[in-house]
Design a protein around this ligand. Sequence first.
Ligand code: GAR
Length: 192
Amino acid sequence: MTKIAVFASGSGSNFQAMIDAVEAGNLTAEIALLVCDKPGAYAEKRAEEAAIPIFSFSPKTYSGKAAFEQAILTELQRHGVEWVVLAGYMRLIGPTLLKAYEGRIMNIHPSLLPAFPGLDAIGQAFDARVKVSGVTIHFVDEGMDTGPIIAQEPVRIEENDTREDVQHNIQAVEHRLYPQTIQQVINNGGGA
Ligand code: GAR
């Protein structure tokens, strides 16, 4: 079974969608590790409930990114992780992990990239009053929300949608599209 690690910083609803997809037999992978840079984040509770090992760390207790990424890498290797899946991990991946997992790190972003990269993409789209935003899944490179696009799906924003409606509609697409896309990438062995 292909072993993946999920990186999260927050609520982990996408992480939960992957746990559910594995349990339903729709994602034939083992989630071997949760990596979390915010000790106490709700994603950790989800991992505990699913009996998934957790590597939880505080970046500020390390001398810098190279040091904490080295610690992450040690854990990934110890658990035999083959693919890294970012799910709301609000941090740029540095050279240590990029080199070790070249072409094997995916990210999900709540917009149709290259539109609205960075923080609060849903709020950015809402404030810009665009009629269509969406979801992008891409391979990770050294940039912020850059890297080759694997999958995209549009989400319409209706005239009287609230910000919460937009968030709900985008996350519903994320929760379906991410497990499905991870499965495809794993099946293809790298090139989506
Ligand atoms: C998701 O909407 C994801 O697309 C976004 O963070 C949210 C995490 O939600 N990621 C980014 O903005 C990356 N730039 P979750 O913790 O409930 O899965």
